[in-house]
Design a binder for this molecule. Structure first.
Ligand SMILES: [Zn+2]
Length: 109
């Protein structure tokens, strides 16, 4: 039996600001291989199924950038309205978080 170092899916709670009362809901974050994802895609946010898919084979900064990016799509009232803003700021946040030395996308051990 093959054991992975990390779980393939995690449940997180995110408030969807597209819903008036803004309730938090369970979202599944699914870590995917390159082959499981559409071509040239690092991440996908599906609001209908509340599933975020992120490629797990990316380097640390790209993985964290993509995870932040898709989480922010899940929060935003209009899925693709803020694409440029989300894209730019998620990359900056990923770099800044890693630069603190307190956050790691892939914990040691
Ligand atoms: Zn996007």
């Amino acid at each position: 039996m093959r054991h992975n170092k990390y779980e393939q899916q995690k449940i997180v709670q995110i408030a969807d600001r597209g819903i008036e009362a803004c309730p938090k809901a369970d979202w599944t974050v699914s870590f995917e291989t390159k082959r499981q994802m559409p071509q040239k895609t690092w991440g996908v946010c599906n609001r209908k199924t509340r599933i975020l898919r992120v490629r797990q084979d990316l380097c640390e900064v790209n993985f964290l950038d993509t995870l932040i990016h898709e989480l922010r799509h899940a929060q935003h009232p209009v899925l693709f309205e803020a694409e440029e803003f989300i894209s730019d700021t998620s990359t900056e946040l990923a770099i800044a978080l890693l630069a603190t030395g307190r956050v790691r996308a892939f914990p040691k051990g």
